[in-house]
Design a protein around this ligand. Structure first.
Ligand SMILES: *Cc1c(COP(=O)(O)O)cnc(C)c1O
Length: 233
């Protein structure tokens, strides 16, 4: 089942790249495995997946020792400051840096270990009250502030677009955050690159790719529906 799902997702990603005149190699598929058992991740791994996304520090730490060491783990969920120390040298990329205070804590823990930590700044591009992330208006300032922290490297932006039935409804938001990343690039801030744009989920990753996503985070489309209630997400 996972193999077939991955095939379908892969075909759609490739087609979206063609429509957008982009290289397939410029879009990374992250398999979002939150709530899913290790057996399912192993199945995806055996099909060739090496990038997995988890949204809880504890769950990520539980899974890591049970799976091959060449997996890149992406922290995509809201991260509490007291959990930073558990994932800092485990995550290949932290997508969800949404406040200066969180960035500061990551910087402290990175310094302690003598490492440089790549991060994305999360932007609440639609201004939804239920979501984390800097507003589109505040994002530039937040990037400039975080850029001054020596042990962090900002690699780009991440957003979670609204839940919509028709993915086209999110196109303007994807466009808006792409433009924001261009504006930030043009500021030439030290320690900041905008090579990554992490956006697009099961319902809208094709539109996200058409609008410039370099990482798409697909859960349901690969592993099937998650079994908990929406309110726990
Ligand atoms: C759960 C989650 C996803 C994947 O969502 P699907 O709709 O299942 O593809 C992507 N990004 C984040 C931040 C998530 O928490």
């Amino acid at each position: 089942m996972i193999k077939e799902n991955l095939n379908t997702v892969e075909t759609k990603i490739a087609a979206a790249c063609v429509r957008a005149g982009r290289e397939r190699a410029d879009v990374m598929l992250i398999a979002v495995s939150k709530t899913k058992p290790v057996e399912m991740l192993t199945e995806a791994y055996d099909t060739g997946v090496r990038d997995f996304g988890e949204n809880k520090a504890q769950e990520m730490c539980d899974k890591i020792p049970k799976l091959p060491a060449d997996i890149r783990w992406h922290m995509i969920g809201h991260l509490q400051r007291n959990k930073v120390k558990y994932i800092i040298d485990q995550a290949a990329l932290i997508h969800s840096v949404d406040t200066y205070r969180l960035a500061e804590e990551i910087n402290i823990q990175a310094k302690k270990r003598g490492i440089i930590v790549p991060i994305l700044v999360e932007v609440n591009i639609a201004g939804e009250r239920s979501k984390f992330g800097a507003s589109a208006e505040d994002a530039m300032l937040l990037v400039e502030e975080i850029a001054a922290l020596e042990n962090l490297r900002i690699k780009g932006l991440m957003t979670i677009a609204p839940y919509v039935v028709d993915a086209e409804e999110n196109r303007p938001y994807f466009r808006k955050i792409k433009q924001l990343s261009v504006d930030i690039t043009n500021k030439n801030i030290d320690n900041v690159s905008m090579e990554v744009l992490s956006m697009g989920m099961t319902g809208d990753y094709e539109v996200a790719i058409e609008e410039g996503a370099t990482m798409v985070r697909v859960g349901t489309g690969i592993f099937g529906e998650r079994s908990y209630k929406k309110s726990n997400e």
